[in-house]
Design a protein around this ligand. Structure first.
Ligand code: NAP
Ligand code: ZN
Ligand code: ZN
Length: 350
């Protein structure tokens, strides 16, 4: 077994503390990764603070992992020591159900194994619960390890493992591209990567943010338009405008107001995962044959496709690098929408 340093939270209102965890011995198909950077996703905060009601403590979050291969099992084919690799939200799935066979492991009918806070056998993770990337090392079966192409720094690549995959997948599924009007709600970790990817796909991108505070950044990252949702005029002016609206907001929104911004046959995709139920009027959907959908990260093959796409287009996340003892403060700043645009932990500081 490998002893790794990690940062764990022990209660919903607790603080992060340095702990030691054990990673399993390498099985034939396992890869040991020396983690260099771990992004802070808002899902880490929902989980750490038990906002989704299923958190086991101590909890080591982190599913935006970038590092170098430090060891490989005897049967590993894809990787060798020193390779630049990443791990996202998934570390395993059943491999047999329809979605798994269709390379959509995130929708595994037998439940994918999430990178953290997922009950597993002791042989998978000592302690019986998966521990994520706020840690110096992780062991992952090679099928769930991604290659980070040369040309993207490991620090700016880390957030792509969740945020990049989460935006790329629906933008592809609903065919964002030339001639399409795409709106992104929320200019945070997910949203800012979405602006870059949608613009690189050729869509005309509009950001819908609470204020105009981040407007210059949004335009620099590829948006053509930027509107404040605190201004009611935005909802009058943009009514019926968009083919696709991607909602990345982590909090409750008056979703019906935003649905009215969709054109005939337009779709709104929910990516943000606040716990509260939404209120939607059937009439808002019916009068323009609008659709409301959701989407969950991306499968492994599509995550690799996203990384290759980002490398080809020079896309990485906009990041603020922090040391491991700054996680609590970073969480508070994410909650205040005060991040430009993803916090990334420098794991060397653990
Ligand atoms: P984030 O960095 O905090 O960004 C969320 C953005 O939403 C904020 O920057 C802010 O943008 C906007 N926002 C926040 N509170 C708001 C409020 N009360 N009203 C209106 N807008 C508000 O979070 P993230 O890491 O991008 O994650 C966003 C959500 O996606 C979380 O719920 C997370 O759990 C979820 N998520 C889902 C998936 C999936 O697969 N579906 C994957 C990853 C994350 P402005 O300042 O521009 O308004
Ligand atoms: Zn995430
Ligand atoms: Zn499956």
């Amino acid at each position: 077994m490998t002893t790794a340093a990690a940062y764990a939270i022990t209660a919903p209102d607790g603080s992060f503390e340095k702990v030691s965890i054990e990673r399993r011995d390498l099985g034939p198909h396992d890869v040991l990764i020396d983690i260099k950077y771990a992004g802070i996703c808002h899902s880490d905060i929902h989980t750490a603070r038990n906002e989704w009601h299923g958190t086991s403590y101590p909890c080591v979050p982190g599913h935006e992992i970038a590092g170098l291969v430090a060891g490989v099992g005897s049967a590993v084919q894809k990787f060798k020591i020193g390779d630049r690799v990443g791990v996202g939200c998934l570390v395993n799935s059943c491999g047999k159900c329809g979605p798994c066979l269709a390379d959509e492991e995130q929708y595994c009918l037998n439940g994918p194994i999430w990178t953290y806070n997922n009950p597993v056998e002791e042989s998978v993770q000592v302690g019986g619960i998966t521990f994520g990337g706020y840690s110096t090392e992780i062991v992952v079966t090679e099928q769930f390890v991604l290659s980070i192409p040369e040309g993207i720094g490991l620090d700016v690549a880390a957030p792509l493992l969740c945020a990049g995959a989460t935006l790329y997948s629906p933008l592809r599924h609903w065919e964002a591209g030339p001639g399409k009007q795409v709106a992104i709600i929320g200019m945070g970790g997910l949203g800012h990567v979405g602006v870059k990817i949608a613009a690189a796909m050729g869509a005309e991108v509009t950001v819908l943010s609470q204020s105009l505070r981040k407007r210059e950044d949004g335009l620099r990252l590829g948006a053509s338009h930027y509107h404040a949702t605190s201004d009611r005029q935005t909802f009058r002016e943009l009514r019926g405008r968009f083919d696709l609206i991607v909602n990345t907001v982590s909090a409750d929104l008056p979703i019906d107001d935003y649905l009215k911004l969709l054109s005939l046959n337009g779709t709104m995709v929910l990516l943000g995962l606040p716990d509260a139920a939404l209120t939607v009027r059937a009439n808002t959907l019916a009068t323009r044959r609008r659709a409301l959908a959701g989407s969950m990260i991306a499968g492994i093959a599509q995550t690799q496709e996203m990384l290759n796409f980002c490398a080809a287009h020079g896309i990485g996340a906009e990041i603020e690098v922090i040391s491991a003892d700054e996680i609590d403060g970073a969480y508070d700043r994410v909650m205040a929408s005060d991040v430009q645009y993803r916090f990334v932990i420098d794991v060397a500081t653990m």
